[in-house]
Design a protein around this ligand. Structure first.
Ligand code: UFG
Length: 387
């Protein structure tokens, strides 16, 4: 199977091919190299710290850095609470000695500081977080402690080590439930989160804004927040992928039904004010998200805090996702109608034009079927996840 970019490659981008033969991942893949690196010029970043690099999105990011920049070293910091040792093994296979893994909890400021001072990175990509909206409603303290407290601890360690460049994984959940007339969501849509997950992420954005404005020697903080919408899909060669335990996200749950691991999918409410009554979300492929981070690294400016939305600019309902999973997998996906899930806004989809205009980023995966197909390949190749 050949995966070709849906959009033209950006000007100046080179392409390279990779193949992997395997029972379920027999692919020939063309991947585009980033047009910019962390310094925004021709020099590759020499050392990047990826927090949460054993998790879903962080592992894809670390993989891209190792693969695309042959001289870049990557340090992954992860407490392995939700991340996977198997993801680290996959990264080591690609990066060898250029990948260093530190099993540290971000809340352990002393150990984190020691690691950063011993080997300071040029930039930090901060993915480590708890990421389930319903869990955040049940356990708000965990979410504030990890997602806000972990971020504060990271900033302290960065300051001690003289590291001043940060890209933060923020979320569309910071917008809460904008009125239908406010769709699509722009970066200036008011941020009024309706669950602890979104609130803690917004609070850390506020911290970053204040820190960027604060005087600091030798340089003030440079920070970008990328507000992700709903991320789906996996590495084209199935080396890393999505494996949450417990799984709460729609696409992998629907695929687990296709695999026969679950008898049915429960749809959380069909009485929302949407076209078919189910919630609408903007699904974006994890590889596109990784590209957005590479672009954001090149946009860091001392003393400036910037935020961009990352989505494809169109929403799909829960029912549409289920239909896509049926089409792509060829399996029946039995559904059961449930009640609304706490903390779920009816519809969220992005206006991604600001990052297209400012950084030249647009999504290459623009159809739900292409994203589901990508996630399905990973799941077929790894039915038990990382094990
Ligand atoms: N859903 C179901 N059944 C399920 C699982 C999910 O109907 O078994 C529904 C949810 O109610 C929701 C939609 O599918 O309406 C998507 O739910 P996910 O759990 O996949 O994703 P969320 O929208 O809750 O959250 C995701 C990310 C957050 C991010 C948010 C922004 O996990 O980090 O998208 O849109 F903030």
């Amino acid at each position: 199977m050949v995966i070709s970019p849906i959009n033209e490659a950006p000007d100046g981008a080179e392409a390279r091919s990779a193949t992997r033969d395997g029972p379920d991942c027999d692919l020939t893949v063309t991947q585009d190299l980033p047009t910019r690196n962390s310094t925004g010029d021709a020099r590759p970043p020499s050392h990047v710290l990826v927090t949460g690099g054993a998790g879903y999105i962080g592992s894809h990011m670390a993989l891209a850095l190792l693969e695309r920049e042959p001289s870049t070293r990557v340090t992954v910091v992860d407490n392995l609470l939700r991340g996977h040792r198997g993801a680290i093994d996959a990264l080591v296979k690609v990066g060898g000695a250029r990948l260093r893994f530190e099993q540290i909890d971000l809340l352990d400021t002393a150990r984190l500081t020691a690691a950063l001072v011993a080997d300071p990175p040029d930039a930090v990509l901060h993915f480590a977080a708890l990421t389930s909206v319903p869990e955040s409603v049940e356990k708000p303290l965990d979410y504030f402690r990890t997602n806000l407290g972990g971020g504060l601890s990271l900033l302290e360690a960065m300051r001690a080590a003289g590291v001043s460049r940060l890209v933060f994984s923020s979320t569309a959940a910071t917008y809460g439930e904008p009125a239908p007339e406010s769709m699509p969501i722009t970066e200036s849509t008011p941020q009024r989160p309706i669950n602890p997950y979104g609130l803690a992420k917004l609070q850390f954005e506020d911290v970053l804004r204040a820190q960027c404005a604060a005087p600091r020697q030798p340089k003030p903080l440079a920070a970008v927040a990328l507000r992700y919408f709903n991320v789906a899909g996996a590495d084209a060669l199935c080396r890393v992928g999505e494996d949450h335990r417990p799984e709460t996200h729609l696409v992998p749950i629907a695929l687990e039904v296709a695999l026969g691991k679950r008898p049915h999918l429960t749809i959380f409410g069909d009485d929302y004010p949407t076209r078919d009554g189910t919630c609408i979300r903007d699904y974006v492929h994890v590889s596109d998200l990784v590209d957005a981070h590479l672009a954001a690294l090149g946009a860091l400016e001392p003393g400036a805090f910037r935020a961009w939305n990352i989505g494809i600019g169109r929403g799909h309902s829960v029912r549409e996702v289920v239909e896509s999973v049926r089409r792509v997998t060829g399996h029946a996906i039995p559904t059961v109608m449930g009640t609304r899930r706490a903390g779920d806004p009816a519809a969220l989809f992005a206006d991604p034009s600001a990052i297209a205009r400012d950084l030249g980023w647009t999504a290459r995966f623009t159809t739900l079927d292409a994203m589901v197909e990508s996630a399905w390949r990973w799941m077929q190749a790894n039915p038990q996840g990382y094990r």
